[in-house]
Design a protein. Structure first.
Length: 202
């Protein structure tokens, strides 16, 4: 079955004032839809067309050579954005809890240090990409990826992730990516992050 853009679990304006309604509308309805349409077009007629998107992204090198680039970019975009909508919530913000909070303290010292490291990863990503807190199989790490590359392709599990493409913030924050990254913490869905962390630990 072809990929589809998932509905948001909240209204387009629900993340205001941190993420504005106009950005959410164009980001979800236009940008994500374009990734889905192009991913479907690239996979159509291949044995991979009905596979879960993350399974495809874990096996990019097995795809036909002429499909690998389009699928990496567009299936990657589909996976990353589907993750992104769920890792934000109007009930988000605050701090992680439970096992995830303990793991963050153990790895980074405290939550503020994780915030600083993730912000630096987002600021340091030249051009377009993402900043992530991942579980790499042995523990937590902060990484960034270019374009629509995803940690999933490297066998890692995203715990939280923030889109630093200009389309994610430019309408409200213009060139001030650091301000967007600061505001983003107010909408992070730590309950969902905790689910990702529990799943990653197997
Ligand atoms: Mn985006």
């Amino acid at each position: 079955m072809a990929y589809e853009v998932p509905d948001l679990a909240y209204d387009y304006n629900a993340l205001e004032p941190h993420i504005d309604e106009a950005t959410m509308r164009v980001h979800h309805d236009k940008h994500h839809q374009a990734y889905v349409d192009k991913a479907n077009a690239a996979l159509e007629g291949t044995e991979w067309a009905d596979k879960p998107v993350n399974e495809v992204l874990q096996n990019l090198s097995s795809l036909p050579a002429d499909k690998q680039g389009p699928v990496r970019n567009n299936a990657g975009g589909h996976s990353n954005h589907s993750f992104f909508w769920e890792i934000m919530s109007p009930d988000g913000g605050g701090e992680p809890e439970g096992d995830l909070a303990s793991a963050i303290s153990g790895k980074f010292g405290d939550f503020a240090s994780l915030q600083e490291e993730l912000k630096n990863a987002g600021i340091g990503r030249f051009g377009s990409g993402w900043a992530w807190l991942i579980h790499d199989g042995s523990g937590l790490a902060v990484v960034s990826t270019a374009n629509q590359d995803t940690p999933v392709s490297d066998g890692n599990s995203p715990i939280i992730g923030v889109d630093v493409w200009e389309h994610a913030y430019y309408l409200k924050y213009q060139n001030k990516r650091p301000d967007y990254l600061d505001a983003w913490w107010n909408v992070v869905n730590w309950a969902k992050a905790g689910e990702h962390f529990a799943a990653a630990q197997g």
